[in-house]
Design a protein around this ligand. Structure first.
Ligand code: ZN
Ligand code: ZN
Ligand code: ZN
Ligand code: ZN
Length: 363
């Protein structure tokens, strides 16, 4: 994704874009601190994983599937030296009602540089020969569900080796082959070989700064300037007011969508836009949360925008399963402004789903 030679000057916007790339499986292991989409989660903290109840869809009560994780340390804050945000989503298409976020969960995990799980120095940039991803047990001894890779406190009553998060996933695994491989007391084949079809296709998420040609900048010159400073909340407030006003006019709806299309056109494959303290690029003037709609962190601090997931990601998710019709316009993730210390725990954060309105043509 190297920026090509260009005669026009380009300006960085302060926003970091995420793209999908093929990777070797060792590169996506926890010890490499990856950002990735699909497969099983590469847990950061190896203890106190979110429990099955926390990873249940609030609508259909089925276990959620791991969608993606973003490695996003906060420079200069030791408690966030390692920091990863995890998104999970329901796979039942009917749970995706308009502008409704109940089929998603987000968790934040963070660790200081000196911690119980990882060396002080960065990991080697090569495979160590071990593949943590295929293991059903974390180094800390925490058992993982062999279907979804989340905390699996239940185990098969015959072999006591296969672990599950839920009855649902035990059934999926039984049908997918555990029925024949379960050798009774103490024997069972590893889960790595079994295909359950539950996980999304796995890819690395690589990032690069957003650059826009200065001459053909789709925004006004003033706005381009404010976007260079991602943390300018005054600019955000102004933009929200602007959007409020726009929402009052039916015909203005198209302007928001037009802006979305123009802004993403130079990099049409972006699946993520990261800008902590920035503001999301909305797909519609409708379904934009006001400040009261974003709950504070239990620590008392407010939550700020951190990144958004783009609709382009859906194309990748559906590649392996044509029947999947889960949907969103954009997913905006808001996290604790202090990125407060919760020890080894995974702290729930907030996600907002905004859908396209019926009037908009599909991308
Ligand atoms: Zn559901
Ligand atoms: Zn599971
Ligand atoms: Zn068994
Ligand atoms: Zn907090």
């Amino acid at each position: 994704m190297a920026a090509g030679e260009s005669s026009t000057t380009k300006a960085e916007t302060g926003i970091v874009l995420g793209f999908l790339e093929e990777a070797e499986s060792w590169q996506l292991q926890s010890s490499q601190f990856p950002s990735k989409v699909g497969g099983k989660p590469a847990w950061l903290s190896q203890l106190d994983l979110p429990g099955p109840k926390q990873l249940e869809c609030e609508t259909c009560h089925q276990p959620l599937a791991f969608l993606l994780q973003v490695y996003a340390p906060i420079v200069g804050q030791d408690r966030s030296f390692h920091r990863t945000l995890f998104i999970f989503c329901c796979k039942t298409p009917t749970c995706y009602s308009h502008n409704d976020n109940r089929c998603f969960k987000v968790f934040r995990s963070q660790l200081p540089r000196r911690n119980d799980f990882y060396p002080y120095d960065p990991p080697p940039d090569e495979s160590t020969g071990e593949n943590e991803n295929d293991s059903d047990v974390l180094q800390s001894g925490v058992k993982l569900c062999r279907v979804c890779g989340c905390f699996g406190p239940k185990s098969c009553s015959r072999c006591h080796i296969a672990n599950y998060c839920s009855k649902e996933h035990q059934v999926i695994d039984w049908k997918a082959g555990h029925k024949t491989e379960c050798g009774g007391n103490g024997t069972s084949n590893p889960a790595g070989s079994v295909k359950h079809g539950f996980l999304f296709p796995e890819s690395e998420l690589v990032t690069e700064p957003e650059e826009l040609p200065e001459k053909e900048h789709p925004l006004g010159a003033d706005e381009a300037q404010t976007n260079l400073d991602c943390s300018s909340s005054a600019a955000d407030a102004l933009q929200e007011e602007e959007l409020e006003e726009m929402a009052m006019h039916e015909t203005e709806e198209n302007k928001v969508f037009q802006k979305f299309k123009e802004r993403t056109a130079p990099e049409p494959h972006q699946v993520l836009r990261y800008c902590r303290r920035g503001s999301p690029l909305w797909v519609s003037a409708k379904g934009i949360p006001n400040t009261e709609a974003i709950p504070r962190c239990p620590c008392g601090a407010k939550r700020i925008f951190e990144f958004q997931v783009m609709p382009q990601l859906l194309n990748h998710l559906e590649a392996d399963s044509p029947q999947a019709s889960i949907d969103w316009g954009t997913l905006a993730v808001y996290t604790c402004e202090d990125s407060c210390d919760q020890g080894h725990r995974y702290s729930p954060e907030f996600i907002w789903k905004q859908d396209f309105t019926g009037e908009q043509p599909a991308l």
